[in-house]
Design a protein around this ligand. Sequence first.
Ligand SMILES: Nc1nc2c(ncn2[C@@H]2O[C@H](COP(=O)(O)OP(=O)(O)OP(=O)(O)O)[C@@H](O)[C@H]2O)c(=O)[nH]1
Length: 275
Amino acid sequence: MRRRGAEGCRGTSPGCLPLTGLCAVQGCLSVFQRGRSAPGLNSLRPFDARIQPPANAVSLQGMAQAGGVPSPGAAPDQSYVFKLVLLGSGSVGKSSLALRYVKNDFKSILPTVGCAFFTKVVDLGAVSLKFEIWDTAGQEKYHSICHLYFRGANAAVLVYDITRKDSFFKAQQWLKDLERECPPGEVVVMLVGNKTDLGEQREVTLQEGKEFAESKRLLFMEASAKLNQQVTEVFSAVAWELLRREERKEGRPQRGDAGLALSGAPAGPARCCAR
Ligand SMILES: Nc1nc2c(ncn2[C@@H]2O[C@H](COP(=O)(O)OP(=O)(O)OP(=O)(O)O)[C@@H](O)[C@H]2O)c(=O)[nH]1
């Protein structure tokens, strides 16, 4: 979250790359430009990664320029910007979830090359929250560069396909990678079992997903980007949890708990990066 000193994964742990490491992404972002153009995506030019403002540098004005206008009546100090990364194997539906959430659309999308970028402003009553959503490529050949996107992340949505057991195991691997690079408790992690519309082909039971999430103290939901089931709820639950943590840090009364209950998020512990 970029506001008054709060930071997510700062990239200071051994696995995180120094700032210059971003240059390594440029090639892949260029490829992204050639290889992919889904409506609703904000095209990411190679130099965008370099000009990205440092943590704490986003102002309200910056939000407005990016389309993130705070809700009327919200005081300037009640706006937040959070970086959220979408992680998971190829074809589990990361881009589809993002597209559904941001544009309420579902269509055939080419595999992501490098990373795609979305923004979405969430109105939580008196508080306005902007998500910067980094949709990483799930194909194995991009695995090593995906770590670059962990830098500064406040939240991670870890997606698997309920019809593919391998993608469930891979999500567990992604969590380990995240834990290696982000200090425990710094990142809100939501585990999502996508494609519930394909229930007859299910290989991962609801219980398995739930148990794993509970064992790692993650938020958990199943969803269908195709049928638009539980998609908004996934991101809303993350938003409320981020807000709740922020308010706790600031010593304010916490509205987030009620929000979590309303959005249908699990009532259990919502910590992440727990070892
Ligand atoms: N039936 C069904 N298909 C889905 C759902 N979500 C995504 N798909 C399909 O799954 C395929 C992969 O979706 P993507 O959103 O591109 O998956 P991804 O995880 O972003 O894939 P990479 O870009 O390779 O990492 C596409 O054919 C989608 O139409 C869903 O909820 N139900």
